[in-house]
Design a protein around this ligand. Sequence first.
Ligand SMILES: [Zn+2]
Length: 183
Amino acid sequence: MLRRTFAAVLTGAALSVSMLTAPSAGAAEIMATTLTYDDSQAAEFKDAVAAGVNVWNTNVTNVRIVKATPGQRVNIRVIADNGWPRATLGPVRPSGTVTVWMGRQAVQQGYYTPRIASHELGHSLGLPDVKPGPCSSLMSGSTGGVSCKSVNPNAQEKARVQQLYAGTAVPSADAGKVLAEVG
Ligand SMILES: [Zn+2]
């Protein structure tokens, strides 16, 4: 609807700009929000965090997560510590900052670190916990089972993030709170 309004108002000059900037984007796609992350305090979890970032970048199109370059504003700060994993509930915007804690307590119990990272980043992107839930649900977190190695959001979880970054869904009332996983 919004795009049609723009198309009706703007002239051929706008069309050539959009062709230059988004040659592979489909006509209905919106411009993705780019968020930065910093893993300089992620210690032994850097690979797991990179895997979690990749999960989101391959599952949704309305938001992209890239590594912050020196001096750039960090939107998602990842910190390793000895507690339970936890994260600020988003959706974080390019003007904001949230934190993901990759807590070692869950790792010691045998939980799969890429799933932890993907789950906590799901919180950064505005998804609350859905517990208890099956392994096929990313936001079921620890209730998906200690042997669960599923790292991908399900269709509902993907759709919710797409909507939050398209501005077509209202964020949870808990946005901004820190959600802790418990053992
Ligand atoms: Zn959680």
